[in-house]
Design a protein around this ligand. Structure first.
Ligand code: FES
Length: 578
C-alpha cells in the first residue's frame, strides 16, 4: 500500500478499496453508527489524544477532543479519536522522560498504520507535547497541535501559587521551620485548582509555547487556560484548520524548518522557558533532519532579553500571560526587533510574522517591552564546555544566583540522587555553602531516563542558616519550575564514563558562566589515570523496555532520543495483509 489511491487521499486506500478489503474497512467503522457518506473521499482526521486520568494535566483532553471533532465536521472532514500513550509527569516512576520516546514510537506507528489523512495532536503535560511532535515529524502527514492549556492560577492566603515552583518553596519553608506541615497540606490543595497543566513557565507551558513558536499550533493557543471557553473555541478552530492543511498538503517538514527552530529557541529565551526544551527541540529536529546543535541554544538567544515576568524566574503565571495577550505579543516583539524568521510557514498557512503582526499587549508588566525587560539580553541559557563536560552542559542563568555564576568550590560527590537524599538532612554532613554539590548517575542511560533531580534541595542545616542557593552539578535534568545555580545535562554522563564519573569529593571545581566553562582542577594525566580505573556498573535490567532504552538512548546533546528513531520514515505502509 503506497499510502494513497487514485483520488490522492491516503484514507481512500482503505475506505475506497473495492471488494472484500474495502468492505472490511468500512463495515467495522460503521458499527459506530456512521453512514456510508463518511467514506466519500473526505479527509479522515485522526485526533491523537494523550487523555488519561493517570495524567492529571491531560484528564480533560476528552472534552478538548470533542471540540476538535466539531471543527473537523464543520470543515467537511471525518474525525476519529484515538488514544496515544500518556505520560503524566507527577505519577510515573522512575520518570516520565523514560517514556517520551515510547510515546513518540506509539504515536508514529499509530498514525502511519491507520487510514488517516491528517492528525490533530492533543497534549498537555510535559513530555506529551514533544512526544507527539516527534511522532508527527517522523510520519510527516499534515498535523496540527492543540495543547490542553494551563490550570488557573493557584491561590493560597491571597497569594498566587505556582505549580511546581511552590512545591520547592513550600518544602524549603517547612524544612526551615517557617511553615507547619498542616499549613503545607492546605497549600497543596490550593495549588492545582482546575483542569490543565502546570501554570508556571515550566516544561508544559514552555513546550506549548514552543509548539506555537514552531508554527505547529494556532496563534494564541498556548496560553488559554484549560477551563476557558476559548480553549475549546481554538480547539474547534484547529479541527477546521487541519482539514485545510490536508487539502493544501502542508506537512510538518514544511513547518518545522531550521527557521522555525530558530524562532522557537529565541522564543524560549524571551519567555524564560524550561531547559527541557533544549532536549525536546533537539529530538524533534533529529526526526526532521534539521541541523541543530547545543551551541544554537547559547548563540541564537544572545540578543534576546527575557520579556516574560513569569514564575519560576518572575512573578506572574500563565493566566496573567494569557490576559496580557499571550505568545503572539512576545513573537511580535521579537519580530519588530528583527529576531524572528517571519516567513517561517505555520499551520495557519501563513508566515509567523504575518500571524502576529496585529498582536496587542494589555499588560506590559507581564510581557515586558524590549526596552524594559525582566532580564537583559545575554542572560538566557548558557552552554558550558570544559574538562568536566566535553560534550556540553547547560545552565539557566535567569534561574541562577548572579553571585554564583563564577564560583570555585570543593566538590561533594554523590553517586545517585538517592545517595544524596539519604544524607542531606544529616546534621553532621560535611558540607558548607561554598561547596559544589555533584549528583551523578542521573543521565539518560544511567538512571535510566534522565530524571529531574539536578536541583536537589539544599541541606536542612544550611537552609536554617539562611543559605538559599549553592552550585549544583548533575548529568540529570531540572524541572522547568525549578530554580537555582544548577549545571544540567552534563555530557557524557557518568554512566558511560564521562569525566563526571571520575570526580571525587574534595576535588576543586570551577564554574565560570561568562567564559562558558566548567572544569575540575586536575591535570589531564590524573584524569586519564582515574579513567583507566573506571568500570561501568553492571546493568541490572537485561530485558524489557528499560533494556531497550539503555541500549539505544543517545546523550543529552542529541536530545536523548533513540539512535534508531532519528529521521523521517514517512507515511507509506509497507505491506497490506487484507
Ligand atoms: Fe503535568 Fe506539570 S505535572 S504539566
Amino acid at each position: 500500500m503506497d499510502g494513497s489511491d487514485r483520488t490522492g487521499r491516503r484514507s481512500q486506500a482503505w475506505f475506497g478499496a473495492e471488494g472484500r478489503s474495502g468492505m472490511l474497512y468500512r463495515s467495522w467503522v460503521r458499527n459506530q453508527g456512521y453512514g456510508p457518506e463518511v467514506f466519500d473521499g473526505r479527509p479522515v482526521i485522526g485526533i491523537a489524544s494523550t487523555w488519561s486520568e493517570l495524567s492529571p494535566c491531560n484528564a480533560h483532553l476528552d472534552q478538548v477532543a470533542e471540540a476538535v471533532k466539531r471543527g473537523v465536521w464543520q470543515a467537511g472532514g471525518f474525525p476519529l479519536v484515538f488514544p496515544v500513550m500518556s505520560t503524566g509527569e507527577t505519577l510515573m516512576r522512575p520518570t516520565a522522560m523514560l517514556y517520551r520516546n515510547l510515546l513518540a514510537m506509539v504515536g508514529e506507528e499509530l498514525i502511519r498504520a491507520n487510514p488517516l489523512d491528517g492528525v490533530v495532536l492533543l497534549s498537555g503535560c510535559d513530555k506529551t507535547t514533544p512526544g507527539l511532535l516527534m511522532a508527527a515529524a517522523s510520519v510527516d502527514l499534515p498535523a496540527i497541535m492543540v495543547t490542553g492549556g494551563p490550570m488557573l492560577n493557584g491561590k493560597y492566603r491571597g497569594q498566587d501559587v505556582g505549580s511546581g515552583t511552590h512545591v520547592w518553596k513550600f518544602e524549603a519553608e517547612v524544612k526551615a521551620g517557617r511553615m507547619t506541615v498542616d499549613e503545607c497540606h492546605v497549600a497543596e490543595g490550593c495549588m492545582a485548582r482546575s483542569n490543565g497543566h502546570c501554570m508556571t513557565m515550566g516544561t508544559a507551558s514552555t513546550m506549548a509555547c514552543m509548539a506555537e513558536a514552531l508554527g505547529m499550533q494556532l496563534p494564541g493557543s498556548a496560553t488559554w487556560p484549560a477551563v476557558d471557553a476559548r480553549r475549546f473555541e481554538v480547539a474547534q478552530q484547529a479541527g477546521r484548520q487541519i482539514v485545510d492543511l490536508v487539502e493544501r498538503d502542508i506537512r510538518p517538514s514544511q513547518v518545522m524548518t531550521r527557521g522555525a527552530f530558530e524562532n522557537a529557541i529565541r522564543t524560549n529565551a524571551a519567555i524564560g522557558g524550561s531547559t527541557n526544551a533544549i532536549l525536546h527541540l533537539l529530538a524533534i529536529a533529529g526526526r526532521l533532519g534539521v541541523e541543530l546543535t547545543l551551541e544554537d541554544f547559547d548563540e541564537l538567544p544572545l540578543p534576546v532579553p527575557t520579556l516574560l515576568d513569569l514564575m519560576p524566574s518572575g512573578r506572574f503565571l500563565m493566566e496573567d500571560f494569557c490576559y496580557a495577550g499571550g505568545l503572539p505579543v512576545v513573537l511580535r516583539r521579537l519580530d519588530e526587533a528583527g529576531l524572528l524568521a517571519r516567513d517561517a510557514l505555520t499551520v495557519t498557512g501563513a508566515g509567523i510574522g504575518e500571524n502576529v503582526a496585529g498582536a496587542e499587549c494589555w499588560n506590559d508588566e507581564v510581557i515586558r517591552t524590549m526596552d524594559a525587560p525582566l532580564q537583559p539580553a545575554g542572560t538566557g541559557t548558557a552552554v558550558l564546555r570544559g574538562n568536566l563536560c566535553p560534550a556540553g552542559a547547560v545552565l539557566k542563568q535567569s534561574a541562577a544566583s548572579p553571585e554564583l555564576l563564577v564560583h570555585t568550590g570543593r566538590a561533594v560527590v554523590f553517586d545517585s540522587p538517592e545517595a544524596y537524599h539519604a544524607v542531606v538532612d544529616d546534621e553532621d554532613l560535611d558540607i558548607t555553602a561554598d561547596d559544589v554539590i555533584v549528583v551523578r548517575g542521573a543521565g539518560p542511560r544511567g538512571y535510566p531516563g534522565m530524571p529531574e533531580v539536578a536541583n536537589v534541595p539544599l541541606p536542612a542545616r544550611l537552609l536554617r542558616a539562611g543559605v538559599t542557593d549553592m552550585v549544583r552539578i548533575s548529568d540529570g535534568r531540572m524541572s522547568g519550575t525549578g530554580f537555582g545555580t544548577v549545571v544540567l545535562h552534563v555530557s557524557p554522563e557518568a554512566a558511560v564514563g564521562g569525566p563526571l564519573a571520575l570526580l571525587r569529593t574534595g576535588d576543586r571545581v570551577t564554574l565560570d558562566v561568562p567564559a562558558r566553562r566548567l572544569d575540575v582542577d586536575l591535570p589531564d594525566d590524573e584524569l586519564a589515570r582515574r579513567a583507566a580505573d573506571w568500570a561501568p556498573e553492571a546493568a541490572t535490567d537485561g530485558s524489557g523496555y528499560r533494556w531497550l532504552y539503555r541500549q539505544h538512548v543517545r546523550q543529552a546533546e542529541h536530545g536523548a532520543d533513540f539512535d534508531f528513531l532519528a529521521g523521517n520514515r514517512g507515511s507509506a505502509v509497507p505491506r497490506d495483509s487484507h
